[in-house]
Design a protein around this ligand. Structure first.
Ligand code: PLP
Length: 391
């Protein structure tokens, strides 16, 4: 439910860029969100993969409380320890290189783009990205995003971005040249409807980047933090990026973004090249450290792989029974395509029944539950979905 006046007040006070679902939340715990009446909704979105550790994870809450009472922010003019500790954690769990902090996913994409442009120099200004890919909505990130519908009103964009279809090996081969400064991709394209890239395509991107001297940027903003099973989705593919982008669940719900680059490439940014007043604050980093420690956990990752496989099998059963046409997923990042264009309606009915899912297109429903969701809870999602699709 929504409290009286909430919709009117929102319409009068906020710009119209979001289409919100007709529900208001006042509290969260684990995989559940609660409306003002105390009704619980099983969250299968995690704030678009932003709260993988679950709502109000006790360690995240304790870390925020403790840090907020001590030091919130200082800007980057000074040294603070939580920032260094989080950077060490990111470095040591990924490619072993240094870290740059920012405040969101789009900012991480911007930082990666600027780093690649500086690394490439004046003769290498092109970026190869993927059709349907999503890297954020600020101008550089939007330019890498391969979705004309989101770009149209904002042209001219940053020039030099070439988009190729996912898994089109030949198109990728011809797109990467000695003018390419970076190849940018998500291991599983999330925003467009959960399309895992073929491992061989990602490996080809790695090879072509190596051959041409371009950087491979892997956007783990949605796939990272154990969403697909491993801590970072690239770890299951057997390649290493030159640059990795993180945001969303890194912060445990608190805004933070980061890029890390492999040793050598992590020296591209020099004083004055890039920065952010807020970024790397003790508060954001304390929250992120608590979330990171909760998510970098072999037992949890095993749970994600097991329950993800089971959930995907359940979605596939809906396909086998003719209620849907395709199921896709990796770990707890899944989607199902419907035979018709009624996905928004199905999402609405699921909401009425107390399940939060979203549709990425008129045909596609996406599932991104907090990783602490139980097998029984996921079974209840499948049962409700079957019922809704069959009716
Ligand atoms: C893969 C990917 N990159 C970048 C972004 C942008 O992140 P933010 O909304 O924090 O700017 C998103 C957000 O959905 C994303 O899924």
């Amino acid at each position: 439910m929504i409290r009286e006046q909430t919709v009117e007040r929102e319409r009068a006070a906020l710009m119209r860029n979001y289409g919100r679902y007709p529900v208001e939340f006042v509290r969260g715990e684990g995989a559940w969100l609660f409306d003002p009446d105390g009704r619980g909704y099983l969250d299968c979105m995690s704030g678009i993969s932003m709260i993988n550790a679950g709502h109000c994870h006790p360690d995240v809450v304790a870390a925020i409380r403790e840090q907020a009472g001590v030091l919130i922010n200082t800007s980057n003019l000074y040294y603070t320890d939580p920032m260094i500790e989080l950077a060490e954690w990111i470095r040591d769990t990924s490619m072993g290189g240094r870290v740059f902090f920012c405040n969101s996913g789009a900012e991480a994409s911007e930082a990666a783009l600027k780093l690649a442009r500086k690394h490439g120099g004046p003769g290498r200004t092109e970026v190869v990205a993927l059709v349907d890919g999503f890297h954020g909505r600020t101008m550089g990130a939007l330019s890498m995003t391969g979705q004309p519908g989101k770009q149209e009103a904002f042209r001219p964009l940053v020039p030099g971005v070439v988009h190729v279809e996912r898994n089109d090996h030949e198109a990728l081969r011809s797109a990467v040249t000695d003018r390419t400064c970076a190849v940018a991709l998500e291991i599983v394209q999330g925003e467009c409807g959960v399309y895992p890239l073929e491992d061989s395509f990602v490996r080809l991107a790695r090879e072509l980047a190596d051959q041409s001297g371009a950087l491979l940027i892997v956007d783990e903003i949605q796939t990272g933090m154990s969403r697909t099973g491993p801590l970072y989705a690239y770890q299951d593919v057997g390649i290493e990026p030159d640059v990795m982008c993180l945001a969303k669940s890194l912060g445990g719900g608190f805004p933070i973004g980061a890029i890390t680059a492999r040793p050598g490439v992590d020296e591209v940014f020099q004083p004055g090249d890039h920065g952010s007043t807020f970024a790397g604050s003790p508060l954001a980093c304390a929250s992120a450290l608590a979330a990171a420690r909760a998510l970098d956990d072999a037992a949890l990752q095993g749970h994600v792989r097991r329950e993800g496989a089971c959930f995907l099998a359940g979605l596939q059963a809906l396909v086998d029974d003719g209620l849907a046409v395709e199921a896709r997923g990796r770990g707890l990042m899944c989607a199902i395509d419907l035979p018709g264009t009624n996905a928004a309606e199905v999402v609405g009915t699921m909401l009425d029944r107390g399940f939060l899912v979203n549709n990425t297109s008129p045909r596609t429903i996406r599932f991104l539950p907090p990783l602490v969701v139980t097998g029984d809870e996921l079974s209840s999602v499948l049962a409700a979905l079957r019922d809704v699709l069959a009716s």
